[in-house]
Design a binder for this molecule. Structure first.
Ligand code: DAH
Length: 371
């Protein structure tokens, strides 16, 4: 039995040392010291030994048991500390490593130009207004002196919303222009007025490089006493000069539209932008005009961009029609005013030399990240 005990001890100690996890160690413990463990069974056998052998065997068994328990405790400690080491090394953070790059978005080119336009007009005392994109037929057409036979009302051009028509305001449409905000503002604030209205407009168009169903316009309206088109000319000349005179104005446009030439070769104009009127027809103005601006690239000498005319078409405008003032509740005997509307989308395209309107609403980062 002594021999057997010695064997069990050596074997158990070797297995304890080999146990690499708490679970493995537990298994060894059960194997030798468990209820049916090898050492436990031997110790139970002491009772059947001859009397004189019992004390020595009992002592020996206890010594071995103690030795094994100590070995278990030591090994458990080692396993625990290895666990902690592993946890610590897993959680280790290199505080000197460079951070992960965080991508921050930026303002869309359309909005960038819109904010600049708003800033310039605010500086000239204009308030910034907005109005609903789902607009009534009344504000979008009748209130603006656009009769029911006007082609803009055609199903081809206007998106109509499914809705029972209202007696005065008719059906709802997606506004085809920012002009309806003219009458809305006149009704709300009366005269005098000085406002611009940047906003989205919608037309039922087949899309191609120069047509979109959704684009942006900027409306302008000034109503006061003794107002003439001379004031409009002054305001627009000032506006365009400030807009294109900025760092990213004429020079940036020159660089982009001239293709090969650098900005300095194309020599952008920094004296002022000139404007001219041509007769034009819009039902809500009388007289109506088209406003052209001098070509940014060629100093009015004629180039590819201005189709060799020296001028770029910029917007529609005119003296507000008395019927429109009336719709807005303003006495046309006391007050006059002018209004204008230009394409903000077109302005952005012109400025950056963008040749496909669809890029602006594509959400394509390869395009957007250039601005
Ligand atoms: N609303 C016109 C359009 O969408 C643009 C316009 C022309 C606005 C003349 C005006 C104006 O206020 O006076 O084509």
């Amino acid at each position: 039995m002594q021999e057997l005990l010695g064997k069990i001890k050596t074997q158990a100690l070797a297995e304890i040392e080999k146990a690499a996890s708490a679970e493995a160690l537990y298994q060894v413990q059960v194997k030798y010291l468990g209820r049916k463990g090898e050492l436990t069974l031997l110790m139970q056998g002491i009772a059947d030994l001859p009397k004189e052998e019992k004390p020595a065997m009992g002592r020996m068994c206890n010594e071995i048991k103690q030795a094994l328990e100590e070995a278990f405790a030591r090994q458990q400690e080692q396993i625990d500390s290895a666990d902690i080491q592993k946890k610590l090394s897993d959680a280790w953070v290199d505080v000197t490593a460079p951070g992960a790059k965080y991508n921050i978005g930026h303002i869309h080119p359309l909005s960038q130009v819109q904010y600049e336009v708003e800033q310039i007009f605010s500086d000239m005392g204009f308030a910034i207004m907005d109005g609903p994109e789902a607009e009534s037929e009344y504000y979008n057409f009748e209130g603006l002196n656009i009769p029911s036979w006007h082609p803009a009302r055609d199903m081809q051009d206007t998106f109509f919303l499914k809705q029972t028509p209202d007696k005065k305001h008719g059906r709802l449409v997606l506004r085809t222009q920012t002009s309806p905000v003219q009458v809305r503002t006149m009704e709300k604030y009366g005269a005098p007025l000085r406002i611009i209205v940047p906003g989205r407009v919608f037309r039922n168009e087949a899309t191609d490089a120069s047509h979109e169903h959704t684009f942006s316009q900027v409306e302008g309206l000034l109503v006061d006493r003794d107002i003439s088109l001379a004031h409009l000319k002054g305001v627009m000349r000032e506006f365009l000069t400030r807009l294109f005179g900025r760092a990213h104005g004429a020079s940036a446009m020159a660089e982009r539209t001239s293709g090969s030439a650098s900005a300095s070769e194309a020599e952008p104009i920094n004296k002022g932008i000139r404007v001219r009127f041509r007769p034009g027809y819009f039902p809500f103005v009388e007289p109506g005009v088209e406003l052209d601006m001098s070509c940014l690239l060629c100093n009015e000498t004629g180039c590819r961009v201005c189709k060799h005319t020296g001028w770029l078409e910029f917007m529609g405008a005119g003296m507000v029609h008395p019927n429109v003032l009336k719709a807005g509740g303003i006495d046309s005997k006391k007050y006059q005013g002018w209004a204008f509307g230009f394409g903000l989308t077109r302005l952005v395209m012109m400025r950056y030399g963008i040749d496909d309107i669809r890029l602006l609403s594509s959400g394509d980062l390869r395009f957007l990240e250039q601005f």
